[in-house]
Ligand binder design. Structure first.
Ligand SMILES: [Zn+2]
Length: 269
């Protein structure tokens, strides 16, 4: 492959697992120096004139929730992929070798190019132009990363002990309470934990909180190993008329937290 060329394929809706794949894709760039940045004004609105990242070395790559963090010598570049953003290195996406790759990438959708002194190019591909690149992002606005979810962390995320009627799914999607989970991961976690996503989160029982925390870890590990957020057991049934892969009951389809939600009314209580 020619460096800087563009042949990758893109999947949509990045969640924690996809952003972690972007981070791992970029690991070889640690130690390289940024020569030049080409940035889309909307996506990189925070970058004035000459980009302050130019001339700096990449010293680390981190992730918190769905936020990718590129540590430079005296600056942090945060990248929110949002709905359709995807990170590429030398034209290769993190998903090229995976089972599903429905979106053919397009050169005109590149919103950011970072040219490095070793000749490689980091690019941000985003058809809908909703991704955002932010300098020195406020990482504290994000709750604990979902990979670290313990029963105590889940208890705080769900506002246990309050009178809140907010739904379980809404709380799990709230990035300020627990970061990294999106629509597919939350539905899969609730399905595997046999919890109704519409239930009032604050009224979960202690044993359910513990099971949920454990299930978050298990689902992230399993779907990470399978290749992404769309590898869940529920995935193939996520359509009108879809049936539960366990018991065969018709799945309910509703909107919770603004997102289309599938659940088994027989097994999820
Ligand atoms: Zn079922």
């Amino acid at each position: 492959m020619v460096r800087g060329s563009f042949t990758g394929t893109i999947r949509t809706m990045p969640e924690l697992l996809e952003v972690e794949a972007y981070r791992q894709l970029l690991l070889p760039t640690i130690g390289a120096r940024i020569l030049r940045v080409e940035a889309d004004n909307l996506v990189c609105g925070g970058l004035p004139g000459r980009c302050p990242a130019e001339g700096q070395h990449i010293v680390g790559l981190r992730r918190k929730g769905k936020l990718l963090l590129i540590d430079l010598a005296d600056l942090v570049v945060g990248l929110h992929a949002r709905m359709t953003g995807s990170v590429l290195l030398d034209g290769t996406s993190a998903f090229d070798k995976l089972r599903y790759a429905p979106k053919v990438s397009n050169e005109s959708f590149i919103r950011l190019r970072v040219h490095l002194d070793d000749g490689s190019v980091i690019a941000l591909h985003d058809p809908r132009r909703l991704a955002r690149v932010i300098l020195d992002p406020d990482e504290d606005r994000l709750g604990p990363d979902a990979t670290t979810a313990t029963a105590a962390i889940v208890e705080r995320a769900l506002a246990i002990g309050t009178q809140s009627e907010v739904a379980l799914k809404t709380r799990l999607l709230d990035q300020s309470r627990l970061s990294g989970l999106g629509n597919l991961l939350v539905d899969e976690i609730c399905f595997q934990a046999r919890l109704d996503p519409a239930r009032a989160a604050a009224r979960l029982l202690r044993v359910e909180i513990e099971a949920l925390a454990e299930q978050i870890g298990i689902t992230l590990q399993e779907l990470g190993a399978r290749g992404g957020s769309d590898r869940g057991t529920l995935q193939d049934a996520r359509h009108r008329g879809g049936c539960c892969p366990n018991c065969g009951a018709l799945l309910t389809r509703s909107t919770i937290g603004g997102r289309t939600t599938y659940a088994c009314r027989v097994e999820q209580q």
